[in-house]
Design a protein around this ligand. Structure first.
Ligand SMILES: Nc1ncnc2c1ncn2[C@@H]1O[C@H](COP(=O)(O)OP(=O)(O)OP(=O)(O)O)[C@@H](O)[C@H]1O
Ligand SMILES: [Mg+2]
Length: 321
């Protein structure tokens, strides 16, 4: 039986169309973000200042009809600053819960590596379990709770890099680079007129084409996308090979296998297909595996990059036909 993915295709192209009213270019970035959302996972976003990381997440929230929140992580940020706390109400003579900014649907966690470990873990528990514990009481988060976390890549001083166990919880890493020349010209032109990207988002010209219910339906439709047994073996071999590469100190774990499988299925849907191809898997290898692999320091000194290691692995593993 083949799945009817026509409704899914229509909704996806509608969403992309609305997002493109605000975000110029960055098609791959948008697709990666949609993959994380449609598989109900979380993403790391990496990019220098000013490449529209914040604007992207705000736009996604708007188009997908979900709440948006942002938390700036700082060295003095305490877990209760993000989760919330009970505050004594003098008039009522009792404690009342004041929920923190984590209670939203699409959360931009900016510069997550600036906060100390216990604050990072409060976020990571919420990501994993979609509940927040405050004073021993647990509170559920929305089913579509999705974290987009940025890391500050430039300054390492005064930052607390996420331990591997924590980066592993992010399905993929989205790298945002500077716009192309023609895109930057287009951006500059729009800044002069009344169609600056932020203004367009606020103007009401961008429609919310997907709501929380549609999102849940779309996830179910994704299940109809076929992955042949040979392709499952192919991606398992790719992940396992990361553990044996001579340049790798720590390879990708089983969460990577699951992430590669689910993300390639979503990528097939974005490409308008009801089946996964080897190219879907190859294209996601760096975004899904890159942040989970730690190279041996001697290899890093030789200037070997994670991307090159993954490229070598893709060359080595036999592609099923
Ligand atoms: N591809 C793009 N499409 C639309 N607007 C863009 C694009 N690239 C940059 N901009 C513009 O650049 C400005 C910065 O965007 P934004 O604040 O989202 O960046 P950021 O990546 O979050 O930066 P920071 O790292 O400093 O937080 C905005 O005014 C936005 O309109
Ligand atoms: Mg920002």
């Amino acid at each position: 039986m083949t799945a009817d993915i026509e409704p899914l295709k229509r909704t996806l192209s509608l969403a992309r169309q609305e997002i493109a009213k605000v975000i110029i270019g960055q098609e791959q970035v948008i697709d990666s973000a949609l993959i994380a959302i449609f598989t109900n996972h979380h993403a790391l976003i990496e990019g220098v200042p000013g490449v529209a990381k914040t604007l992207l997440v705000r736009t996604l929230a708007h188009v997908l009809g979900c709440d948006f929140g942002r938390i700036q992580f700082t060295p003095d940020l305490m877990p209760a600053d993000i989760t919330g706390t009970h505050v004594f109400n003098l008039q009522k003579n009792s404690f009342a819960l004041v929920k923190g900014p984590i209670f939203t649907t699409f959360l931009l966690a900016d510069e997550i590596n600036r906060a100390p470990a216990k604050t990072q873990s409060a976020l990571l528990q919420a990501m994993q379990e979609r509940v927040v514990t405050i004073d021993r009481h647990t509170h559920p988060l929305p089913g579509n709770f999705t974290v987009f976390a940025t890391q500050n890549p430039i300054e390492h001083q005064g930052t607390y890099p996420l331990p591997e166990a924590q980066v592993d919880r992010f399905m993929l890493k989205i790298s945002m680079s500077h716009p192309q020349r023609d895109e930057e010209i287009q951006l500059a032109g729009r800044m002069l007129g009344d169609s600056a990207p932020e203004a367009v988002l606020k103007s009401g010209a961008v429609q919310a084409v997907i709501g929380p219910e549609t999102l849940a339906e779309m996830r179910q439709q994704l299940a109809g996308i076929r992955v042949q047994a040979e392709l499952i073996a192919y991606l398992v071999d790719i992940v396992r090979r990361t553990r044996r590469h001579q340049g790798v100190l720590v390879g990708a774990g089983p969460r990577a296998t699951q992430a590669l499988l689910l993300s390639s299925r979503a990528a097939a849907a974005l490409a308008g297909r009801d089946f996964v191809t080897p190219d879907d898997i190859k294209a996601l290898a760096v975004p899904v595996l890159g942040h989970r692999i730690i190279l041996r320091s001697e290899y890093e000194i030789e200037g070997l990059a994670v991307e090159e290691v993954i490229e070598q692995i893709l060359q080595e593993v036999t592609v099923p036909r």
